[in-house]
Design a protein around this ligand. Structure first.
Ligand SMILES: [Zn+2]
Length: 177
C-alpha cells in the first residue's frame, strides 16, 4: 500500500496562523481535486499536522478535532477519504516524539496500514515537513514559498494540485518495473 502524507495548513487550507475553526478555514484552490486524483491513483491519504497552538493554550484538541470532522465530512461528500489525521498538540520546547520533523506518525501509519514507504510521498510547505519525510524515508515535495532552502526536498512545486503530476508520473514509472 502506497501513501501520501500531507501537511494540513499551507497544503490543504491556507495557513492563516493557528487555524482552529471553520471561520478561518479556507481551502487552497485545487487541493480537493488533488486529493481526489491521488486517491484514484491508488494512494492512501494521511494528514500529519503540528498544532502547537494547543500546547500554547490558544485552542483545544477538541477544537481541532471538531474542525477535522467538518473537513472529513466535506471531503466525504466529494468521495475523498482520509485514512487518518495525526495531530501533535505539543509545543516545540516539550521535545515530544511526535512533532515533525520527527517521523513518528509516519511510522505509526506504516505499522497500522502496512504502507510501503519507498512508494510514498510527504507533501508540505515547511522545512519540518521535508525533514519528517526524509527522516521517514519517503520522497518529499515542498510546496509554497516558506521553505528556507536549508533542507533540500526531492521536488518543489507551487501547490498540491501541481505536485500530483510528479506523484502520478512516479507511480506510472514504477508500474513498468
Ligand atoms: Zn508532539
Amino acid at each position: 500500500m502506497k501513501a501520501i502524507f500531507l501537511d494540513r495548513d499551507g497544503v490543504i487550507n491556507y495557513d492563516t496562523e493557528y487555524v482552529h475553526d471553520t471561520t478561518n478555514f479556507k481551502y487552497i484552490p485545487g487541493a480537493k481535486e488533488a486529493l481526489k486524483r491521488l486517491a484514484e491513483a491508488g494512494y492512501k491519504l494521511f494528514v500529519i499536522t503540528n498544532q502547537s497552538g494547543i500546547g500554547r493554550g490558544y485552542y483545544t484538541l477538541e477544537d481541532t478535532e471538531k474542525l477535522h470532522e467538518y473537513m472529513l465530512a466535506d471531503f466525504a461528500k466529494e468521495g475523498i477519504k482520509i485514512e487518518k489525521i495525526y495531530v501533535c498538540p505539543h509545543r516545540t520546547d516539550e521535545n515530544c516524539k511526535c512533532r515533525k520533523p520527527n517521523p513518528y506518525f509516519v511510522f505509526e501509519a506504516q505499522k497500522e496500514f502496512d504502507i510501503d514507504l519507498s512508494k510514498s510521498f510527504f507533501v508540505g510547505d515547511r522545512d519540518t515537513d521535508i525533514g519528517c519525510g526524509k527522516n521517514a524515508g519517503v520522497k518529499t515535495i515542498l510546496v509554497g514559498d516558506l521553505g528556507s532552502g536549508n533542507i533540500e526536498p526531492d521536488f518543489r512545486e507551487k501547490d498540491l494540485i501541481s505536485a500530483i503530476n510528479i506523484i502520478i508520473k512516479s507511480s506510472n514509472d514504477s508500474r513498468q518495473d
